[in-house]
Ligand binder design. Structure first.
Ligand code: GLN
Length: 378
């Protein structure tokens, strides 16, 4: 057969954004801010471009940026990564995830994922001959039954992929979850790929528990983060991976032949901007205000709000409004009510349909107000 990924079509994010454009609907589907990043960050880019920093960056990234990343991780999680040998700047979170899987998952290796799962994990694993084992988290709480997860582990388990905070469910892992994970991997050679791109968007005074905080996990983990989420620049496609040297060496073997290196002036600008931690530490309250505004507005409607502990996504159940499946419902909402969202079944292999859709609230106040006007008519 021609296709290596015969089950894969166009991502739901591209589909829904396109549908939003066709119907001139408010786009709360694909996760990206509709407001400007800080002009100070943009000024840094201008400075470095005009100063002549326009050629290849070193393969692993600009040292100044890797040093800022190492400092951020140490300040936040008390974990030490060597800037030069244990951090690689990537063209976004997805490229880091792709590269980690490409470098470390071999044919017939088993990889455990948690659904609802961000859509790229499974196809990438499949591309490299790996086999997915899934644990389905269910509405409304999306709890993890760690005994069931333990039951998925075999001597072929190569990797566990976690996504904390979870996109799309907005759930964060707590201390018990992390301890359960530690118990599962103890004494095994299982690797962990930890997608933490929403690490700085956690609400209600709760703490993001990074994999890097736990030495028993850190030694076997690749942690992935994203500047797109951190500084409202998803289109810059910049992020990074941090991992112990033995894992990072393998990661870079692939990275050098995939992107080789990442956009130089953007890296320099990000390094400069990161020097002030306030630039990312304020994100929790910045997005909590938006979350609360959206929740407040929806609380008077027939939509049922699910918990949102982190990320910039709010999950809502619409079973009081319609018994349509979530894809049809999301399409109808876009066409007839002019609000585009993402159906949760896209994040489940067997398209588990619990009548839940995802709304992105990384939007201007005015956008959220207009969306609420439409949604309150349902
Ligand atoms: N991470 C974004 C989301 O969840 C989508 C990014 C993409 O479209 N690839 O909406």
């Amino acid at each position: 057969p021609l296709s290596k990924l015969s089950d894969v079509g166009t991502t739901i994010f591209s589909q829904m954004t396109q549908l939003a454009q066709e119907h001139e609907a408010i786009n709360l589907s694909q996760g990206f801010p509709d407001f400007m990043p800080d002009s100070a960050l943009l000024d840094h880019v201008h400075y470095f471009i005009t100063k002549g920093f326009n050629q290849y960056a070193p393969m692993g990234g600009m040292l100044g940026l890797k040093e800022e990343i190492a400092r951020k991780i140490e300040d936040s999680h008390k974990a030490v990564y060597h800037p030069d040998s244990e951090i690689t700047v990537t063209a976004g979170g997805t490229q880091a995830i792709f590269t980690a899987i490409a470098a470390l998952v071999k044919k017939d290796d088993e990889v455990i994922i948690f659904e609802p799962a961000y859509d790229c994990y499974e196809p990438i694993v499949e591309l490299f001959g790996g086999i997915i084992k899934r644990f389905e988290m269910r509405a409304p709480d999306y709890e993890i039954d760690w005994n069931a997860v333990k039951g998925l582990v075999t001597d072929k388990t190569r990797m566990i992929i976690i996504n904390n905070p979870n996109n799309p469910a907005g759930r964060i892992l707590n201390e018990n979850d992390l301890q359960a994970l530690i118990n599962i991997v103890k004494g095994t050679s299982i690797l962990i790929l930890s997608d933490e791109v929403y690490e700085n968007i956690v609400f209600d005074g709760k703490t993001h528990l990074s994999i890097s905080k736990y030495p028993e996990l850190k030694e076997r983990s690749l942690m992935v983060a994203s500047f797109g989420k951190l500084f409202h620049v998803t289109g810059w496609k910049t992020g990074y991976c941090a991992a112990p040297k033995n894992l990072m060496d393998e990661f870079r073997k692939v990275h050098q032949f995939n992107v080789f290196s990442v956009n130089t002036p953007m890296q320099l600008a990000l390094a400069e901007y990161m020097k002030n931690p306030e630039h990312y530490l304020h994100l929790n309250s910045f997005f909590q205000e938006k979350r609360d505004f959206l929740r407040q507005g929806l609380s008077g409607t027939s939509f049922e709000l699910l918990d949102c502990e982190g990320t910039y996504f709010q999950a809502v159940r619409y079973s009081r409004i319609s018994d349509q499946n979530d894809l049809d419902f999301a399409k109808e909402l876009t066409a007839n009510h002019k609000v585009a969202t993402v159906p949760f079944s896209s994040f489940y292999k067997n398209r588990l349909n619990e009548h839940v859709i995802r709304l992105c609230f990384a939007k201007k106040q005015e956008t959220l107000e207009r969306a609420l006007e439409h949604l309150s008519k349902l």
